[in-house]
Design a protein around this ligand. Structure first.
Ligand SMILES: N=CN[C@@H](CCC(=O)O)C(=O)O
Ligand SMILES: [Zn+2]
Length: 411
């Protein structure tokens, strides 16, 4: 079955086959066709071009997209959308002057979410999480990575990963699962890190692998959380089960963690609010995608990733939400793109490259997602009638999404 979209005002992010990511000055270029047509066939993009070359397809369903901008759905390569309850009280505590660190030191933060998660039944966590997944799909997200990391016990971590597996089975959106047992040390292991690392490596990982519950492995490499050496152990253990690392690093401090991640073949390094010249050097000529999370910077008032400096050095950059109950209770990629433009001074072209093709690279799906390319999934955002794609970040906070298509179906 073919569907032909005609009169598309701007068709964005058109790419040849085989482009998996965009780096450095190329990020300023967002290839597009004005007044375009697009054909999808069996849920796959099969053809596109300028209207003057529009084919006559007598059997196709024809949809007129006059005034609308069409672009690939957002790829959100870093989220924690499976969780229980909320951390609204911590939000108010921060307004009243406490820092993220002070709240965590009182047993709040990640440990607060872990307590709630371990007290909640799997079905209930699924019900809470699917609402968030459905919400972000309506906001234009067509692929999402979801981490565990609020269990911190064998049962809790398995419970989270089983919920992610159910979401994968029940929704058309591409989902990758990341095992984040190394998110924080539970209270009882505060003085015995080795025992918790042993639990992760020798108890959690084998069970997770035997149920095939994870695609990637993660750790919170940060002062006061997992050290460089501890994270290396986690990465090496994951690798034995075929799990590539995607690591939280440089959120608050730079402690040479990025170097360790690159040397261990990390697919992505995420957060990067604090980035040194040395960090940039090690990322050059690596296969590791840097991922910025501007909604987190916005919500907990920490620096924004130095995107311009990194792109000037020739690096690629991806953008993701970090949707989680503590530092980013929002999964809205439209806000991420707008904030990247407004606060990180990325151009709309750079931000859209970062939120589509580079996001797809950061979750290992750029062969099928992240651009308008023949043979890729028909995962498309149709905007409301707008002046140009610049209006997306300009009118931040306004919902300009008309319709979202995932795998050829409007949702
Ligand atoms: N920084 C580590 N993990 C999450 C937040 C964890 C939490 O506070 O629940 C993040 O990416 O921001
Ligand atoms: Zn995160």
């Amino acid at each position: 079955m073919q569907t032909l979209f005609i009169n598309i005002k701007e068709l964005l992010q058109i790419r040849e086959t085989g482009i998996d990511k965009i780096s450095g000055s190329d990020m300023a270029i967002l290839p597009k066709i004005d007044n375009a047509y697009l054909v999808i066939e069996n849920n796959i993009i099969s053809d596109f071009g300028p209207m003057k070359n529009c084919p006559k397809l007598s059997d196709a369903t024809i949809i007129d997209a006059t005034g609308q901008v069409v672009l690939p759905t957002w790829v959100d390569s870093h989220t924690h959308i499976v969780y229980s309850g909320n951390r609204i009280q911590e939000f108010v505590d921060r307004i009243n002057g406490l820092s993220y660190e002070e709240i965590a030191n009182r047993g709040g933060g990640i440990l607060n979410s872990a307590k709630k998660l371990n007290e909640t039944l799997e079905d209930e966590i699924y019900e809470q999480s699917k609402i968030r997944l459905e919400e972000v799909m309506q906001q234009g997200t067509g692929a999402v990575e979801i981490k565990s990391g609020y269990g911190l016990t064998i049962e809790g971590e398995l419970k989270m990963l089983r919920v992610i597996k159910r979401l994968k089975e029940n929704y058309p959106i591409a989902i990758k699962a990341t095992f984040l047992g190394a998110h924080a040390f539970p209270m009882e292991y505060k003085e015995n890190h080795a025992a918790y690392i042993d639990l992760i490596i020798n108890e959690m990982l084998p069970k997770i692998a035997s149920e095939n519950l994870a695609d990637y492995i993660d750790a919170f490499l940060e002062t006061g959380y997992f050290s460089v050496e501890e994270t290396i152990k986690i990465m090496e253990a994951g690798r034995k089960y075929g799990l590539e690392p995607k690591i939280h690093v440089n959120q608050f401090t730079a402690i040479d963690g990025i170097k360790a991640c690159v040397e261990n073949g990390a697919l992505s390094v995420d957060h990067l609010e604090i980035v040194t010249d040395e960090d940039i050097e090690v990322l050059k000529n690596s296969k590791t995608m840097p991922v910025a999370l501007p909604s987190c910077s916005y919500f907990i008032s920490i620096p924004y990733t130095p995107a311009r400096k990194m792109m000037n050095a020739g690096l690629p950059l991806a953008l993701a939400t970090d949707y989680n109950p503590g530092t980013t209770p929002s999964g809205n990629m439209n806000f991420v793109v707008a904030t990247a433009c407004i606060k990180m001074k990325m151009t709309p072209e750079e931000a859209i490259n970062a939120a589509t093709i580079n996001g797809a690279y950061a979750m290992g799906i750029s062969k099928t997602h992240g651009s308008i390319t023949k043979g890729k999934k028909a995962n498309l955002i149709f905007t409301k009638p707008i002046m140009s794609f610049y209006q997306l970040p300009y009118a931040f906070g306004t919902n300009l999404i008309g319709k979202v298509m995932i795998e050829g179906q409007f949702i």
